[in-house]
Ligand binder design. Structure first.
Ligand SMILES: [Zn+2]
Length: 235
């Protein structure tokens, strides 16, 4: 590990914390606005291994907020382009990619060796599949979502929190969701800090709390939530 690379953050995380980052593995599901920002910051911080999962290709309308992509990437698979850029940003991080959408029948193959999973998806259909999976396997999910100027982050862990489906039982159906860089990057930054807190044991993760982000006001409100019972987390 190149210590000088992390000189400015080691006072915050400690050498032990930095080593923990280096020895950790984080899966990022969805490589859009949130996923490109989350992966970029995590890789710069020195996380040892990152898995990127996304089936999609880069399109022109991604370029206003998806920080790893350039005009010349339009039409290329997002995970392949992101891997190339991230490896240039920090050669010390191993980048794995899976160019697939997650379904109930492939998700364990994709995420089996990852305990910390970052939800950077843009739809609740896939998110519910992810939620049910991390619950069954007792993994940690750092959920993030953006809608226009607003967004939210919470961290889900069996035994401590309720499942994501309990928190958001009837999320909106898939539609055209407006998105602007500053709101996306704010939400992504909070997600990365959640991951860093979990790995290095600094601070308190957003267990049973939701950070609600308003990039216009601007404000970040942290709202406490009570665990509820549902078919998923009460069973
Ligand atoms: Zn539940």
């Amino acid at each position: 590990m190149k210590k000088n690379r992390y000189l400015r953050q080691i006072p915050l995380l400690g050498e032990e914390g930095q080593r923990k980052l280096k020895n950790s593995k984080v899966a990022i599901v969805g490589v859009g606005g949130l996923g490109t920002n989350v992966s970029q910051i995590l890789v710069l911080m020195g996380v040892g291994r990152v898995l990127l999962v996304d089936h999609d290709k880069v399109s022109e309308s991604n370029l206003n907020r998806q920080v790893l992509f350039m005009e010349k990437d339009i039409g290329k698979p997002k995970v392949a382009v992101a891997k190339e850029r991230l490896e240039e940003l920090n050669p010390e991080t191993n980048i794995e990619v899976v160019q697939e959408k997650v379904y109930n029948d492939n998700i364990d193959n994709i995420l089996r060796s990852y305990r910390i999973i970052v939800d950077c998806l843009d739809n609740w259909y896939s998110r519910k599949i992810l939620d049910s999976y991390i619950w069954r396997k007792g993994k940690v999910l750092v959920h993030g979502a953006v809608n226009g100027f607003y967004g939210q982050v919470t961290t889900i862990k069996k035994g401590i929190t309720t499942c994501l489906s309990c928190l958001f039982p009837e999320p909106g159906k898939k539609e055209f969701i407006p998105a602007i860089g500053p709101a996306v990057t704010l939400v992504a930054s909070i997600q990365v800090m959640e991951v860093a807190k979990i790995i290095t044991n600094i601070g308190t993760p957003l267990y049973n709390r939701i950070a609600v982000v308003d990039s216009l006001e601007p404000s970040i409100s942290v709202i406490g939530v009570k665990p509820l019972d549902c078919g998923l987390c009460s069973s």
